[in-house]
Design a protein around this ligand. Structure first.
Ligand SMILES: NC(=O)c1ccc[n+]([C@@H]2O[C@H](COP(=O)([O-])OP(=O)(O)OC[C@H]3O[C@@H](n4cnc5c(N)ncnc54)[C@H](OP(=O)(O)O)[C@@H]3O)[C@@H](O)[C@H]2O)c1
Length: 243
């Protein structure tokens, strides 16, 4: 164990974009807190694969679980230098047939992301006088997407959190930004019907899906090298949307 390494907490880290962020940030010298909710086995495998990483479990829709997560981080690491708010959930349905419970699934994770960020800022980053917060939002928070009203509301709200929080913590050594992926090849997009996949791809100027590692590269830049990028959205979408 090397306690002097900076700590990066990546939420929803067991799979997809989160796992790619863990690998990339580990290569950049961070000790990774691999957060998971239900994907215990892949999270454990990932933590074993990375140098000096550890796992933390919490359902982010539960404030009590987040309090436990913060206590665990205090004990295991004592600091958080980078927070990547990557956990995300989507429920697809046309608005008229969407259930209140579907909305709540998405909204409760948004609330949890806000609460986790508040706790990390208050308990760690303000005291450290440094930190980097990177919110993984989505292109559809900017363009909209039929069948995804709660998800697009949540992602647009996450970008709004980036803007407001960046203004609150300006001058405190903390940078806050969003990374908005486009159409990325992960489990979340893996079960799309082929005709939907082709319809989306036809709108992507680069003509292909993105890879999780290409999103992680933008996250790594914001975590390690950015010094004057603050309160903005970095789009990683192959030209699908230009902001
Ligand atoms: N793939 C794309 O094309 C794309 C495009 C734009 C934006 N994004 C965003 O990128 C992020 C990563 O997506 P991905 O494609 O890599 O999907 P993914 O592999 O399904 O990852 C989503 C993660 O969110 C976690 N999660 C969901 N609900 C949670 C909750 N209540 N509490 C804690 N964790 C929760 C899951 O954890 P467990 O598995 O442990 O339960 C899962 O690891 C998401 O925010 C997504 O919206 C993805």
């Amino acid at each position: 164990m090397t306690p002097e390494k900076p700590i990066a907490l990546v939420t929803g880290a067991a799979t997809g974009i989160g796992a790619a962020c863990c690998r990339r940030l580990s290569e950049s010298g961070f000790r990774i807190a691999v957060h998971y909710r239900s994907s215990e086995a892949p999270a454990m495998r990932l933590a074993q694969e990375l140098d000096d990483a550890f796992t933390v479990q919490a359902d982010l829709s539960s404030p009590e679980a987040i309090d436990g997560l913060i206590a665990g981080l205090k004990e295991k690491a004592g600091r958080v230098d980078v927070l990547v708010n990557n956990a995300g959930v989507n429920v697809n349905a046309p608005m008229p047939s969407m259930k209140l419970g579907d909305y709540d699934i998405v909204a409760s994770l948004s609330r949890g992301t806000w609460y986790l960020t508040k706790c990390v800022v208050r308990r760690f980053m303000l005291r450290q006088k440094c930190g980097r917060i990177i919110n993984i939002s989505s292109v559809v928070g900017h363009t909209g997407n039929p069948g995804q009203v709660p998800y697009t509301m949540a992602k647009a709200g996450l970008d709004a959190m980036t803007r407001s929080l960046s203004q609150e913590v300006a001058g405190r050594g903390i940078l806050v930004n969003s990374v908005a992926p486009g159409f990325i090849d992960t489990e979340m997009t893996g079960d799309l019907p082929e005709e939907v996949r082709q319809a989306i791809l036809s709108r992507v100027p680069l003509g292909r899906m993105g890879e999780a590692g290409e999103v992680a590269d933008a996250v790594d830049y914001l975590a390690t090298r950015a010094s004057y990028v603050h309160g903005t959205v970095v789009h990683v979408n192959g030209g699908l949307y230009c902001g």
